[in-house]
Design a binder for this molecule. Structure first.
Ligand SMILES: *[C@@H]1O[C@H](CO)[C@@H](O)[C@H](O)[C@H]1NC(C)=O
Ligand SMILES: *[C@@H]1O[C@H](CO)[C@@H](O)[C@H](O)[C@H]1NC(C)=O
Ligand SMILES: *[C@@H]1O[C@H](CO)[C@@H](O)[C@H](O)[C@H]1NC(C)=O
Ligand SMILES: *[C@@H]1O[C@H](CO)[C@@H](O)[C@H](O)[C@H]1NC(C)=O
Ligand SMILES: *[C@@H]1O[C@H](CO)[C@@H](O)[C@H](O)[C@H]1NC(C)=O
Ligand SMILES: *[C@@H]1O[C@H](CO)[C@@H](O)[C@H](O)[C@H]1NC(C)=O
Length: 371
């Protein structure tokens, strides 16, 4: 498996090295002791490449993937981190390297399984726009095509007796936080008002095929997939007070939202809507994401047993279409970490208020930090 992975990476790199923009970066698991260089303006290529050069104790960069089955039986989140615990979750145990993969899987009975691997470094090869990475000397990593139309994740976590692959085929074009013109250099990549927190969405929606072996039991499902990346130039909890983020497939539409409350209380939004693999809207204006139900407070406060919202109402102005109005109700909790995270899978339903509505699966979260 390991050699197949290396061959894929090497071939991709070789084939395109002379033809295209390529970057090869080795991100050591021991962070650099001086300032990192962090990117917040787009280049005309290398969309999904690392955005932090010389990762240190307080900067961070991650590649995130998920998939949810349309019947809500299964969901999986895979994150490749390059970050110390100090930069992301101060007070938690360091895994001994800044470079690691975490897999979270939910099963039909609601149980959650976790698996992971740690590497001495992560090597990331980017050809044109798609990146590929491998964690240390393991067989865990991801391979993206130059056009970002396909990503393949390979999971090999011997300590958890978990192996497998996830193949994502994009059904929605990539976008920046406030624009889908990804060939234009100099576009803003920060979500908040100041350039401290970056976000890029390579696969706003995808068909995902998940095929795993968990300690001798095989498990496979097809579902709705997604891939993005975040990065930052200071510890996460000092960069944001809270956010709501998620993605949903509504009939022919793919919808992604980010509602972000900066440390100074400023609320910023980013929404994206595509239909039949064509972008309709990608903007930082005209949207609200609000919790509903008994536990609903806005802005959200750090997680406590009392503050789980029962769902969300989302509205987004879509130029040429009207106002998208969408409700989400939870089906399952994917993960909950006291003090910071709720992540759910649920049912989205909505439309443009003209009588036609669509339903579909959503995967979404609420993060809160007490500053
Ligand atoms: C890490 O990099 C960030 C961004 O350049 C910088 O603000 C911070 O001071 C750096 N930390 C150290 C220890 O140099
Ligand atoms: C991989 O690296 C780990 C340390 O990060 C080491 O313990 C292990 O022996 C290495 N395995 C191989 C096959 O090189
Ligand atoms: C795998 O299953 C065997 C029993 O069939 C058990 O002894 C072992 O602990 C399991 N391994 C893991 C990583 O769960
Ligand atoms: C990569 O993105 C650039 C714009 O950022 C675009 O011009 C180019 O066609 C893309 N390459 C591929 C293979 O999609
Ligand atoms: C959420 O949306 C539904 C349907 O549009 C509406 O009835 C309800 O009042 C909204 N709730 C909140 C808290 O905005
Ligand atoms: C309502 O608007 C949507 C989006 O423009 C469109 O696809 C749908 O056909 C419209 N429905 C009606 C009944 O006009």
């Amino acid at each position: 498996m390991r050699s197949i992975f290396f061959t894929l990476l090497t071939l991709t790199a070789l084939l395109h090295a002379v033809l295209a923009q390529t970057s090869i970066e080795v991100i050591p698991g021991v962070p650099f002791s001086g300032p990192s260089v962090v990117q917040y303006a787009s280049q005309s290529s290398l969309f999904d490449a690392p955005k932090v050069q010389r990762l240190n104790d307080t900067t961070w960069d991650w590649w995130y993937f998920d998939a949810v089955s349309p019947d809500f039986d299964y969901s999986i989140v895979v994150v490749f981190f390059t970050a110390t615990s100090e930069s992301l979750w101060p007070g938690t145990t360091d895994v001994g390297s800044a470079d690691y993969m975490v897999v979270t899987l939910t099963l039909p009975d609601g149980t959650t399984l976790e698996a992971g691997v740690v590497g001495k470094e992560v090597t990331v090869v980017t050809v044109e726009n798609g990146s590929s990475g491998i964690v240390g000397n393991t067989s865990s990593g991801w391979v993206g095509t130059p056009d970002m139309k396909t990503y393949t994740i390979s999971i090999d976590a011997p300590e958890f007796a978990t192996t497998g692959t996830i193949v994502f085929t994009s059904t929605a074009p990539a976008h920046f936080p406030c624009s889908s013109d990804i060939s234009s250099a100099g576009q803003r990549l920060n979500l908040g008002p100041t350039p401290i927190f970056g976000w890029l969405n390579a696969m706003p929606d995808a068909d995902a095929f998940v095929d795993l072996d968990i300690n001798g039991t095989s498990l496979s499902f097809t579902g709705i997939g997604y891939h993005d990346k975040n990065w930052g130039s200071q510890p996460l909890h000092t960069s944001v007070n809270s956010w709501y983020w998620g993605h949903a497939r509504l009939g022919p539409f793919s919808f992604v939202w980010f509602d972000f409350v900066a440390p100074d209380g400023t609320e910023l939004v980013s929404t994206y809507l595509s239909r039949d693999n064509k972008v309709i809207s990608s903007t930082c204006d005209g949207a609200t994401v609000r919790p509903v139900g008994d536990g609903a407070v806005f802005p959200p406060t750090p997680v406590s047993s009392m503050s789980e919202p029962q769902g969300f109402n989302i509205t987004a102005e879509v130029e040429g279409e009207g106002t998208l109005i969408m409700q989400i109700t939870h089906k399952k909790v994917l993960s909950a970490t006291p003090g910071t995270t709720w992540r759910w899978i649920g049912q989205a339903s909505g439309g443009f208020g003209n009588g036609t509505t669509w339903d579909g699966p959503a995967l979404y979260e609420q993060f809160t930090f007490s500053n």
